[in-house]
Design a protein around this ligand. Sequence first.
Ligand SMILES: C[S@@+](CC[C@H](N)C(=O)[O-])C[C@H]1O[C@@H](n2cnc3c(N)ncnc32)[C@H](O)[C@@H]1O
Length: 338
Amino acid sequence: MSDIYTAHYSVLKEECIHYLTENASAEGRNYYADLTFGGGGHSFALLESSDNAHVFSTDQDPDALANGKKRIEQHSAGSRLNLLPTNFEKFPEIIAEKYAEEIEQYGGFQGIMMDLGVSSHHFDEGRRGFSFRFDAPLDMRMNSEDSNIQTAADLVNNYSAEDLEALISDYGEEIFAKQIVQNIISKRNEAPIQTTKDLEDIIFHSYPKKMRFGKASPSTKTFQALRIAVNRELDVLESTIARLYPLLRPGGRLAIISFHSLEDRIVKREYKNISDNGEFLCRILTKKPIVPTERELSENSRSRSAKLRVIECINEEMLSPKELKKRKYQGMRNGNEK
Ligand SMILES: C[S@@+](CC[C@H](N)C(=O)[O-])C[C@H]1O[C@@H](n2cnc3c(N)ncnc32)[C@H](O)[C@@H]1O
């Protein structure tokens, strides 16, 4: 593993930390969770936000975990950061099984965050197969140690034409999915497609000639689609958000940074479901998503599509007069109150 994490830029870091720590408690402990540890930028910023911050982080990537372990050992407050090697879909159960008592003493989590997708490390570490800039086996598993997960090569060589086309057009929003799949099928009938460069070449020749040299490479969308499918990124996100919300204490916040419209749509919809289902009291703090400043964009062009959305858990005492009135009105409409 190269030491590439040192160059990692944490997207929307100031904004995210501001939302999570703004109304933290001065007494007792503030528990935070960063479910996408990566290079640790957000986790360490949370840890350093105050001496009473305690952070649980998760990552499923062995490189991120190994690098994180080293950084935690070297940090003076490292004992307040607990890095768990897991897919974040298991986080609510892990907390319930092992840490609930400890955290419930302080009312629950003050903040939980996700900075979705893969890290720059994945794109810059050629051997992982995420990037068409390097010639490498077509892998793309974030959890590269789990041999039960199908690699991108498995999908490209074994999926039916219909499934591949649906995958590339749904997850990549690629309008040339049909041509790409036709060419994949004819190539794989000759020999299995094994590497990023094999696939890049097929995609390049599937694009109309005059569109092959645009601003983005023809491979961008298909590679994104395969990565999302290999790591079940959208399914995992969708099934996790609603299970995180009950872990928050009143005033606690859930902050999610997404990088493309498919993710953002899920975050928006799940927040709305939480606020509409009547079981929880909450406040969506970002009617419009927070996006990077011009300065951040000039320092890190990879942040250009980032969007941060935040929801806050509240209780009856925290309702404003306007919110109380709205709630009463909703109750009357639902027939709950006379
Ligand atoms: C965009 S990076 C996070 C960067 C980090 N916030 C920082 O500042 O360094 C996303 C990280 O989350 C991890 N990840 C993505 N989906 C995950 C999941 N479902 N479970 C656990 N880790 C995941 C990836 O392996 C990657 O390391």
